[in-house]
Ligand binder design. Structure first.
Ligand SMILES: [Zn+2]
Length: 350
């Protein structure tokens, strides 16, 4: 039977959700339980479900390894459940008898159970005599932070195993560390589209200021540049809204509806009359910022009834771009569109 990371992640999720469910029921049945009582219960639940998560991880590791190496010459072992000391501290941080819902504690137990499975994979990758490394595999659509960690791992996989922050998982995250081994030529091949993830990471890294940029800054750039690939993408790239990112203060931040309109109508393949902007959505955003920061022309629209509209015009990389702006009655100036003009409305001789 083929081994599949997505199926494995879903099984781990069932176990950790069950632990959360059982604890929730116990807490509901024992209102006002003391910290010591709750701690004892959480230790029992985390122990039972954590062991199940570890056993599943052992089985996954062995099957995944056999499928990759086509030999069975070594047995993985389960990681130990989080020590009582760790659980005691966790409960102390999250248990508040006056809080009815205790969602923080329930989330923490869920993550702690999943972590035993994850620890099992990482620990065995280190023990494995067949030179295993591990990569953090995103499951389904993830947030920018998870995608950043996974893509950074992809970029570094041939040099080292993903470590540090790559081993931190937030509640409701299904990302899994997965062992990988060198194939032909000694190259490690990640169990996902490594080139695509590496490309995302490199582009976002450059946008965030290059090597030395923090993970946070890279994740922020991913939200700007690849909003459709993640669950928490920016509706409008920050270079069109944020003065700290170069957006000029004489203009209001671009609104989400306007940005959507620009992309649907005027980006390559858009529904407006050609020419369209040739490039990615983010390149379009960059070009728009360049136009409004330093326009070649700022001209009032000549059409009747359009007196409030002023077009900012500039050629950017051989494409004439007009940014339509409207002066509101209170004097604020807003972007209403951005497009490449048809030949009859062109103002520049590029
Ligand atoms: Zn995740």
């Amino acid at each position: 039977m083929a081994v599949d990371v997505g199926t494995y992640a879903a099984k781990q999720r069932v176990v950790s959700d069950a632990a959360e469910e059982v604890l929730g029921q116990w807490l509901a049945a024992n209102p006002g339980a003391t910290l010591a009582e709750v701690t004892e219960e959480v230790i029992a639940i985390a122990g039972q479900y954590g062991s199940a998560a570890a056993e599943m991880a052992v089985e996954f590791y062995a099957d995944w390894r056999e499928a990759a190496l086509e030999i069975v010459d070594w047995e993985p072992e389960p990681a130990t459940v989080r020590p009582d000391k760790y659980i005691t501290k966790m409960v102390g941080n999250f248990y508040d008898p006056s809080d009815q819902f205790l969602s923080g504690l329930l989330d923490a137990v869920n993550v702690a159970v999943q972590q035993v499975g994850r620890d099992t994979i990482v620990r065995n990758a280190k023990r494995d005599p067949a030179k295993a490394r591990w990569a953090r595999v995103p499951i389904g659509k993830t947030c920018a932070w998870c995608l950043m960690l996974a893509s950074r791992g992809a970029a570094y996989l041939t040099k080292q195993s993903a470590g540090g922050a790559s081993n931190v998982y937030h509640p409701s995250c299904d990302c899994q560390p997965v062992p990988v081994w060198p194939g032909k030529g000694g190259k490690y091949k990640a169990p996902y589209n490594e080139e695509k993830l590496t490309d995302i990471y490199q582009q976002a890294l450059v946008e965030a200021g290059g090597s030395g940029a923090s993970g946070k800054a890279v994740a922020r750039a991913i939200r700007d540049m690849f909003p459709d690939l993640i669950t928490d993408g920016h509706a409008v790239p920050s270079i069109l809204t944020d003065v700290a990112k170069g957006w000029p203060s004489y203009l209001e931040p671009v609104r989400a509806g306007v940005w959507r309109h620009i992309l649907i109508r005027h980006l390559s393949g858009g529904s407006a009359r050609p020419p369209h902007f040739e490039g990615t959505a983010y390149e379009f955003a960059r070009a728009i910022q360049e136009v409004v920061r330093n326009p070649t022309m700022d001209v009032q629209d000549s059409r009747e009834g359009w007196e409030r509209v002023w077009n900012l015009v500039k050629g950017v990389n051989g494409q004439e771009i007009q940014v339509g702006t409207t002066i509101l009655s209170d004097g604020r100036r807003v972007v209403s569109s951005a497009f490449r003009p048809t030949p009859e409305r062109s103002m520049l001789d590029l």
